[in-house]
Design a binder for this molecule. Structure first.
Ligand code: GBH
Length: 479
């Protein structure tokens, strides 16, 4: 009915992996235990708690550093075969450099990964989900190209320490969010507002860091360890606001300045042409003798190009894109460079997160776009989820997941897109960055008022458990 359409009555292929996802800073807690160093998120939340909506932080979070056995029990109960989590860089390298390795941190992840595998759950490990060691933030963080070298050294230690058991790696989670929110709006660590230039430099450094880790893996480990590695890119599906050519162009701009910004260098080579020409033109108008878009040298283009073994896609929402015209001279900014404005469809269901609306067809359309434009051999949907309050009766999340998964399934069965797996966001309610604990994404709730951080299945957790067991989104599937 309506934009939800029919829920597919077909079964997910046997090879399709169902899973769940989390990230270190959002669940682990133990921020200063057993030799862990300070991250830029530790600094960001401690320095000024008003940066976070409820003044809270991830000092304890879900306490998964201590309660990881329980988390594995929950994953077993869900029946999933894939768990995406991240390693805290400063937990294994306290100041981010290889000069000091924290053995307790290595042991923690080793034990955890072994236990996961014993439970029949494949680990999918993200190396970087936003918790940069504070020392490296002080060196300039993602604005300093040397951070790519530090990331390479960290990645090598991770491959050496865990690579025997980990066959699915992701280098960096959502580089765009780090650049736009950490170095653009300033809502996330390190809190910088550099929308004209810092956001572009940040993108370049993260892509070089990703490529470095990819090459280290393929040059030094892949032959023996036989795993796959990629970068996690978040994207919206962008519907043009009208049938006009200008709005269609607006949707294209929106896609190139978001998805293309990161996917083009990795999957095709270099920044999208539209970004190069628009930013160069605007920079010139603004009096610069060079483009604010930090360019890649030809060698760097080749170094970054092709650094993927699969496509890792985070997909939550869609947007309606309007072309907003070529502006005259204003304050130089990514937003003026992009030249679009966005909104949401009038009939899309809002969540309690201002940026997240349900538009299920966007999932199928985006998967098709990624599949045909970037030509990966497989896609993993590494995040997808819905924000609610603390309620255990979360029918809204069930409706969202069911309709999105139905569109994902149609992309596989009807359109021939090879979606190999899906890790829903999130296994647990957790520290939702600048929103603190005010927005919950878990299919399992966590009582943050209790020292036990008691976990309780939500209705959506029970629903997902059934989907995983039956491979079916409705009460009974064909075949
Ligand atoms: C993911 O980002 C993250 O990987 C994950 O850690 C997070 O918990 C999850 O989503 C849920 O948010 O406040 O208007 O500036 C999803 C993409 C990009 C969505 C940044 C929120 C900030 C919007 N996110 N965005 S706004």
């Amino acid at each position: 009915s309506g934009i939800l359409g029919q829920i597919s009555n077909k079964k997910f292929p046997e090879s399709f992996q169902f899973g769940a996802a989390t990230a270190a800073y959002q669940i682990e807690g133990a921020w200063n235990e057993d030799g862990k160093g300070e991250s830029m998120w530790d600094r960001f939340v401690h320095e000024d708690p008003t940066r976070i909506k409820d003044g809270q932080n991830g000092d304890v979070a879900c306490d998964s550093y201590h309660k990881w056995r329980e988390d594995i029990e929950l994953l077993k109960e869900l029946g999933v075969t894939l768990y995406r989590f991240s390693i805290s860089w400063p937990r294994i390298l306290p100041d981010g450099t290889p000069s000091q390795i924290n053995q307790a941190g290595i042991d923690y992840y080793r034990t955890f990964i072994k236990a996961l595998k014993e439970a029949g759950i494949e680990p999918m490990v993200t190396l970087y989900h936003w918790d940069l060691p504070q020392h490296l933030a002080e060196l300039g963080g993602w604005l300093n190209e040397e951070i790519a070298d530090y990331f390479g050294d960290y990645a090598r230690i991770a491959f050496r320490s865990f690579g025997e058991d980990v066959k699915l790696w992701a280098t960096i989670n959502e580089p765009k969010t780090t650049c736009m929110n950490g170095y653009g709006s300033g809502e996330m660590a390190p809190g910088l507002k550099l929308l004209a230039d810092g956001v572009y430099q940040c993108a370049k450094v993260q892509l070089l860091a990703h490529a470095k880790a990819y090459h280290i893996y393929h040059d030094e480990f892949a032959a023996q360890q036989g795993g796959k590695i990629s970068i996690v890119i978040d994207a919206t599906y962008n519907e043009p606001a009208s049938d006009s050519d200008l709005d269609k162009f607006g949707a294209e701009l929106e896609t190139e300045f978001n998805l293309g910004w990161y996917a083009n260098p990795v999957y095709i080579g270099d920044w999208p042409e539209l970004m190069k020409t628009r930013i160069a033109n605007r920079s010139q108008l603004e009096g610069y003798s060079f483009s604010r878009l930090a360019e890649f040298t030809p060698e760097e283009v080749q170094y970054v190009k092709g650094t993927f073994d699969y496509f890792a896609l985070n997909m939550y929402t869609s947007l309606v894109a309007h072309y907003s015209g070529d502006f005259g001279i204003g304050e130089p900014s990514y937003y003026l460079d992009k030249g679009t404005s966005t909104s949401y469809g009038a009939d899309w269901t809002p969540s309690i997160a201002s940026w997240l609306y349900s538009y299920p067809p966007g999932m199928r359309k985006l998967l098709n776009l990624v599949w045909t434009k970037y030509n990966p051999s497989s896609i993993y949907v590494t995040e997808n989820g819905w924000a609610t309050d603390t309620s255990l009766n979360d029918q809204g999340r069930i409706d969202y997941l069911q309709a999105y998964l139905s569109n994902l399934l149609e992309a596989i069965l009807e359109d021939g897109v090879n979606v190999a797996g899906y890790t829903t966001w999130s296994l647990l309610d957790n520290f939702e960055w600048a929103q603190g604990y005010t927005q919950r994404f878990g299919i399992i709730s966590v009582d943050f008022d209790s020292p036990n951080r008691t976990r309780t299945f939500k209705d959506s957790g029970r629903w997902y458990q059934k989907v995983v067991a039956t491979r079916c989104l409705t009460d009974s599937c064909d075949g």
